[in-house]
Design a protein around this ligand. Sequence first.
Ligand code: FES
Length: 544
Amino acid sequence: MPVVIVDGQEIEIGADERLNCIEAARRAGAEIPHYCWHPGLSVVASCRMCLIETGQRDAASGKITMMPKLVPGCQTPVKDGTVIVTKSDLVTSSRARVEEALLIDHPIDCPICDKAGECLLQDYHFQHGQAERRADLHPFTSRKRDVGPTVTLFVDRCIMCTRCVRFTREVAGTAELMVTSRGAKEEIDVFPGFPLDNKLAGNVVDLCPVGALGDKDFLYQQRVWFLKREANVCGGCSAGCSIYTEHNQDTVYRLKPRENPHVNTWWICDEGRYGWHHLHDPARLVEAGRRRPAERGRPTEYETVEWADLVVRLRDDLTRAGRLAVAVSPMLTVEEAWMLCAVARSIDPQAYLAVGHLPTADSDETFPGGFTIRAEKCPNRRGVEAVVALFDPAVHGWSDLLAHVGGGNADAAWITAGYPTSGRGPWIDTDTAATFANLSCLVVQDMFDSPLSQLASWRLPAAGFAERAGTWVNVAHRAQAFEQAIRPPAGVWPEGRLFWNMLGRRGLYDPSAVRRQLAESASLAALAGEIPAHGVDLRIHQLA
Ligand code: FES
């Protein structure tokens, strides 16, 4: 194995690994500060913050020969015998000079800058800068430029690392951003008439190491030190991008990509990034209600039912109705789907189980950098299919369920939905909803009103992606477990909590207990048997 020496510490790297000095030093626990380098972009070595001392150890004699000058760690690959020095006086003084040079031109407007608290210029100044500023202070400036519908450029804060420019060229493939002018006058800008308006545009805000690029959706909404973050999975499409949900007091403020080399690398799309506003839409269903008997000339009314009563009354109503059909929504987690099927089969041992409606849009869209936005706009079709297959290997779909109910084969239906349709119109049209009009009992569990919920005997609220915990399996059959980030609005029980109670489980709903049961029970053998047929690998990847 090749050996690299970092500050006197020997570390082994893989024989085929291609690492630069920043990555190799990180393996040894030494952080080399850097601005312009990003593992997902080409290397330009322009900021000089990563300058270090390097050398080579002779394999035979063990003698070390150092390079006569500092080299950029981002641009210097390591090999067997590479020596890296990250803490010498020369390196330390070089970093202080770079910080000083950057701050000559940078407005010290941290109190009003959105990036304060997560700004690399701020952090590196405290870690590597010098206490005194020797140059004259420039007058405070705050030039803003509207570079696109979602992003504002604070021109004077830019340190010209060009990460954003390279992103639009190499990953998004749209090249809206460019560098204008030269030398001390160079600035980031867009081409006239071509704003920064692509489906991955929000990533440039994450890439910006300082506060030059601001996300209009988040600007001045919250200081970052008030935010808490939970490792979540995006529910916007079947890609299942790893994200952080950043929130405060049960309100989500922004979503950020979470690095995951198996799924989304470092990026997320804007549809996912801004796809959380429905969680706080005042139009959400937040009360569990049971339809009152119809009275002539009076509009349909629902009596509010307490969840504790509902657990019993819902089961009674469904049992009384007879033959049950259930749509298992691809928005549910694996654990919720499994509990729903178990509840349904405990009410009607012959219950017809089907995967719920699969929302889709156009076709998959792949960008030059390899990132793909999926056409299937639900996060857990594979997981739900695998669960439904445990109970019925035929794995029926939504159209099968419509035919089943439309053919008079069911007396009751339980439709789980939970689609984030806020502002986009209902997911089901009136004609399709009419298929369920003549059932004795119709349970609809959804986030928003729809032609189907208006027919419901039981109208139950559903939870949003950040309000549930469990496991989703993405289009590439990768299972990701995640925790609940925020509590749902008052009056909403996440689906898992209802199913847990209807199964007679005691205590708080615990998705990991369901996972354990799935893993330990005999049903796992059946599950394993179905994996090849459905191509689903349900190994749980518990990510940090
Ligand atoms: Fe190496 Fe900028 S990170 S020169």
